[in-house]
Write a protein that binds this ligand. Sequence first.
Ligand code: FES
Ligand code: FE2
Length: 363
Amino acid sequence: MNTDTITDVNTLKGGPLFGFWYPALPSGKLRPGTLQPLLMLGLPILLCRDRQGKVAAMRDLCPHRGMPLSFGRFDGERVECAFHGWQFDTAGRCRHIPALVGEGTALQTEKIGVTSYPCQEQDHYIWVYLPDGKGAPGTIPEVTKLPILSEPYQFFDLSLTYRCNVDEGVVGLVDPAHGPFVHQSFWWRSKASMHEKTKLYEPIPNGFRMVAHAPSQNSGAYKLLTTFYGGPLTTTIDFVLPNQRYELIQCGSLWISTRLTVTPTTDQECRADYCAAWNCFPWLPFGKFIFRQFTKMFLSQDMIAFERQAIGFRYKPSLMLVGDADMPAKWYYKLKAAHLASVQTGQPLDHPLKERVTLHWKS
Ligand code: FES
Ligand SMILES: [Fe+2]
């Protein structure tokens, strides 16, 4: 075997990337006047939606004595810590310290604050920007939008927990070779349907794109679409740092747009967030339900694979990336390293893909 095609993965692995927007929660899961604690990149985050419906994110730790603020009360304007009742507005500024009397009341409490994070809603999701060590830059890049090609459209989201570290989780988004083994099913792939594939990739900012192509003939779901709408059908798949995979399927004016992200919650666990928007099959009864169920089945197959891999990881095996099928995984590691280098040096990101590249594999 040509050893040039083998890369030792262990030297490439690292922690999560800070300095990016991450999806935190589907918008519908946070009602006005409520709080939601969650873990993102190992950080305790508290999401809140005020009475006006505006979302905010702060560190879920009281600056007084470290009580998670999520144990406290929220009246739709201020979060009150459950320990000594300090109150914080949704920007994280302390507005009231109940125990202070006399001269103490002159204290400018708003100088005390909880770390707050940029937070916004996009594509039915609440997103939180988690800055790197240098803090949030003056201008934060926009949240990458899910391509929506026309209105009206249908939409659903779902989330699953993967027992894996960030790198294994993200590599799972770009690894084509596990398909026929992990995702065996009558409506998607089988080992028997494996065949040779040639895919063209090109660099895009912070990522790479599998250029628009006719999707795999061995996928039952795509066959169904072609049968109903006649084709030609194309699919474009993008990977974008830190953790996002977009797939856009188009057939004339019809489209299906999906996003799958894998966000680390701890160093051993990630949350996969999937959402899909589409404008085809509007006549199909329970279309959304059926699509959601199939997707859940599909993502659960990955979840089981990660659970099994975690058993192997107890023994700290050395890992490798081999051949063209593992090339997108190599690009991910290289992109990640290039991003970190660019943050360090202040120089533009040295993209690992300089031009279009053709990859060949069997799946
Ligand atoms: S720990 Fe929060 S008020 Fe004391
Ligand atoms: Fe998968």
